[in-house]
Ligand binder design. Structure first.
Ligand code: PLP
Length: 286
């Protein structure tokens, strides 16, 4: 079956789907995005993803491309037309198409909206989580507003490619003080030798992951002690376990950092418990 994409008001064949060369997303990375899980044909945590989208758009002063009710219809229609049961829906909003000029275009310029949906085999993610992943550390050379989910991801691209070339799957960004902020496309967590769960506080220095938010609730339910604070690379290396969270990873154990084993070098019990319980805390909407 051929894939369908939604592009500025039309459902088109994915292979032919295109935006104009003067789209500001293409010219300036002047846009934001969201990635939402589809599970059993339903959206996972749609409300939170849409709320974060509205916030991201507000922070960079892009108007909503359409009313939220209509956006929700487009998300569902894209999923339906692609017959995705398990996978992800991606949406991107940019400041629209205008002659290349750094200043915002005329306010009458409609924002661009692109939506795609893709099926993934859940067994693949389970296999990765069962093995655990390796991460490398990389300098956090991003701008100071990474709380906005902008499509400007060049530092993330370069860090994740460096990870891949080092035989790892994710890069953990490290700030000037030697503290881990987050991953290239995930939030970073550790479990201390005393069993405390630590993840960086969600200020402007990380993206407030939706999965992170839900996992904090799961952790509370599991009666885990949680500390939302920065942690150093040394702390991570001495941790009992480490893991990453995102809409595409849920909780996925980290078993090596910069080639050094974490804990006993195998996926840990806390990451496993959070992963297993995640979907009973996430909001699954029809
Ligand atoms: N941090 C970064 C830099 C990300 O790109 C992502 C997801 O794309 C996350 C964290 C995790 O966010 P979420 O749990 O909402 O997928």
């Amino acid at each position: 079956m051929s894939r369908i994409a939604y592009v500025n008001g039309q459902y088109v064949a994915h292979a032919q789907a295109a935006v104009h060369i003067e789209d500001r997303g293409y010219q300036f990375a002047d846009g934001v995005y969201e990635v939402c899980e589809i599970r059993g044909g339903h959206l996972v945590d749609e409300r939170r993803h849409v709320e974060r989208l509205v916030r991201s758009l507000g922070e960079i002063r892009i108007a909503l491309p359409m009313p939220l009710a209509a956006l929700k219809v487009v998300l569902r229609e894209t999923i339906r037309r692609n017959r995705v049961r398990n996978g992800f829906v991606y949406l991107q909003v940019t400041r629209g198409v205008a002659r290349r000029d750094h200043y915002f275009p005329d306010p009458s310029t409609p924002p661009s909206l692109v939506v795609t949906a893709r099926a993934v085999d859940p067994a693949k993610g389970e296999a990765v989580a069962g093995e655990g992943i390796a991460v490398i550390t990389a300098p956090d050379n991003r701008w100071e507003r990474v709380d906005i989910k902008t499509v400007g991801l060049l530092p993330n691209v370069l860090a994740k490619q460096a990870a891949k070339e080092a035989g790892a799957r994710e890069a953990w960004f490290v700030d000037r003080e030697g503290r881990i902020t987050e991953g290239g496309s995930t939030n970073a967590w550790i479990v201390t030798p005393e069993g405390r769960l630590v993840t960086r506080q969600a200020d402007n220095g990380i993206l407030r992951g939706i999965t992170r938010t839900v996992m904090l609730q799961v952790a509370e339910q599991l009666q885990l002690t949680v500390e939302e604070r920065a942690f150093t690379v040394a702390e991570a290396l001495a941790a009992r376990e480490a893991f990453v969270t995102s809409a595409t990873n849920f909780a996925t154990p980290v078993v090596r950092i910069d080639g050094l084993p974490i804990g006993d070098g195998r996926p840990g019990a806390v990451a496993r418990a959070l992963r297993e319980n995640f979907h009973s805390f996430a909001e699954i909407t029809p």
